[in-house]
Design a protein around this ligand. Structure first.
Ligand code: ZN
Ligand code: ZN
Length: 121
């Protein structure tokens, strides 16, 4: 008997993959500034969301947080950013140049979102 019950789940997954691919081909990582598509791996799902509002250790994962305070990022860049943030908070040496570039990219992404909001409201 053919496995017909798995079909809807498979179709949903395929659609989710497609949507993700679409998103990754258009949005940039808020830390490195590259397209999310760069290094994108749908099997690893290596893109994530950085929350501007929230604790540096836990991120604010509240669904109620405004969408424009949530920025897309590569998982690796996101991890590196928060790691540097934690190290700096403990007075350890970090690559301050890289950290500054990341912060500048985040700011640029926020400005870009605010700028486009003016035209779509
Ligand atoms: Zn990145
Ligand atoms: Zn974050």
């Amino acid at each position: 008997m053919p496995n017909t019950r798995k079909r809807p789940a498979y179709n949903r997954l395929r659609q989710a993959d497609w949507l993700l691919w679409r998103l990754a081909s258009e949005h940039h990582c808020c830390f490195c500034g590259d397209l999310l598509m760069k290094g994108f791996d749908k099997k690893k799902l290596n893109i994530t969301v950085h929350h501007l509002e929230g604790s540096i250790h836990t991120d604010n994962r509240s669904e109620a947080a405004p969408v424009d305070s949530q920025l897309f990022a590569h998982c690796a860049c996101h991890k590196a950013y928060h790691q540097m943030e934690r190290l700096a908070a403990r007075g350890k040496n970090i690559d301050i140049g890289r950290f500054d570039r990341m912060e500048a990219n985040v700011l640029r992404e926020v400005n870009r979102i605010n700028f486009s909001k003016k035209f779509y409201k």
